[in-house]
Design a protein around this ligand. Structure first.
Ligand SMILES: [Zn+2]
Length: 430
């Protein structure tokens, strides 16, 4: 709170509690609305020379938007023009401004703080926040943009060691009619997030999910910054490798643990479905144990309780006449074991075991999985040595999904990006 230099503030000023202002009148209008008229409590300094003014000229009333104070209030600022009495100063007169309401501002700083807090910290939708404070959507957006400029750290000032790059779709697929050929074009609005894996902070959000967006973003970073990055974690299907080779040629690329595990699970699911077709000639149903326990098949073998392990054994005994389902399950589990190893020698040994299990299974699904593992072996080795995974990117993507849900789909990618970056910055600082 401000410390008035003169007398103690009167009751209305204390209750209204807007720094740099005193309440000169408070009234209830005919329709029940409350109107508060305020003026500054100290003479202002000239914006050009800084000399404190002492002579007022004319005044005018400016409506300013403010937070509700015990309910909605209409706030009028009795704003004066002052003479600059400094002879050496070229400015003759000026309108006063304050920290709460700087020049050209039409809302108080405390309103802008509340609004930014509601959207960024509490995760409320922009439209909902606007309604709650009785202001327009644009005002909330403007406050967010301003806060974005003020609070977002300069990415180039940071020196991340490990980056994670991951993509997500920021709104549903749309179809546009191409005016030339009048055919429908599928448009998938993707965005790629770049995260500091040590702090978990989102450093950048770029459009698309190809090497172009990420490449341009990396190119914009200073050379020292790029040289400081030691590891980048990406998912095994990513197109980012090209951009990385170009702009971070000396950086080790790790393939993400989580994505590999889900490839293993994908192979498991496909094998279960294909086996059902091949053995029974139909899709799985509730009566099939493999179908009924399809989620159990995907669980990590080492986390199964005695009970669950028993049920899984039953599945293999009752619903796996060819033994292939169990063979695929073993491959999936071996991949997890491989990813848990902590040395290159152990990893190589685990890969040999994986190969033997894949050969024993002799299934197209696991053959494909093994080919992927082999193709990304160098990146898997980097993962095992550095432990760099995009887990934190994923955590951010979950946060991003939440942002998306609250706002029911952002239309403007720029707005979306700023909320992602700010919420991440707030979370990282907390
Ligand atoms: Zn002046």
């Amino acid at each position: 709170m401000n410390e008035p230099t003169g007398a103690a503030p009167d009751a209305a000023t204390s209750i209204f509690n807007l720094p740099d202002y005193r309440v000169i009148s408070a009234s209830v209008l005919g329709d029940g609305r409350r109107r508060v008229i305020v003026e500054t409590d100290q003479p202002p300094g000239c914006p050009t020379c800084g000399v404190v003014a002492s002579r007022r000229k004319e005044r005018r009333f400016q409506r300013i938007r403010d937070i509700p104070v015990a309910g909605a209030v209409e706030v009028l600022w009795c704003k004066y023009r002052w003479y600059c009495e400094e002879r050496a100063c070229a400015r003759l007169s000026f309108f006063e401004s304050t920290t709460q309401v700087p020049r050209r501002a039409r809302s108080t700083g405390r309103l802008r703080d509340h609004v930014v807090d509601a959207v960024i910290r509490s995760g409320r939708a922009v439209s909902e926040t606007a309604a709650a404070f009785g202001i327009s959507w644009w005002t909330v957006r403007a406050a967010l943009n301003e806060a974005c400029l003020l609070t977002l750290p300069d990415v180039d000032e940071l020196s991340p060691r490990m980056l994670g790059i991951d993509e997500h779709r920021f709104r549903s697929v749309r179809f546009f009619r191409d005016p030339g050929s009048s055919s429908w074009v599928r448009h998938e609005p993707w965005m790629t997030t770049i995260v500091d894996l040590d702090s978990g902070q989102v450093l950048g959000v770029v459009d698309g999910r190809d090497h172009k967006g990420v490449g341009d973003w990396l190119f914009a970073r200073p050379l020292a910054w790029r040289l400081g990055v030691q590891v980048v974690a990406i998912d095994p299907s990513a197109a980012f490798r090209k951009a990385l080779r170009m702009w971070l040629p000396r950086t080790a690329v790790a393939v993400d643990h989580f994505h590999l595990v889900s490839l293993g699970n994908q192979a498991m699911t496909e094998a279960r479905q294909n086996l059902s077709q091949q053995v029974k000639g139909r899709r799985g149903r509730g009566v099939d144990k493999a179908w009924a326990h399809r989620m159990l098949l995907l669980r990590a073998g080492d986390t199964l309780t005695g009970n669950a392990a028993h049920r899984l054994a039953e599945v293999f005994a009752a619903d796996d006449p060819t033994g292939k389902l169990e063979a695929v399950w073993k491959v999936k589990e071996q991949l997890r074991i491989l990813l848990r190893t902590s040395s290159l020698a152990d990893a190589a040994a685990a890969k040999e075991d994986l190969k033997a299990l894949v050969e024993a299974a002799a299934r197209p699904e696991t053959n494909k999985l093994y080919r992927t593992v082999s193709r990304w072996w160098k990146e898997i080795e980097v993962l095992i040595v550095t432990g760099a995974t995009t887990g934190k990117v994923e955590a951010n993507n979950t946060g991003i999904k939440h942002i998306k849900r609250t706002a029911r789909g952002y239309r403007n990618p720029g707005n979306y990006k700023s909320v992602i970056l700010m919420r991440s910055a707030v979370r990282t600082a907390a």
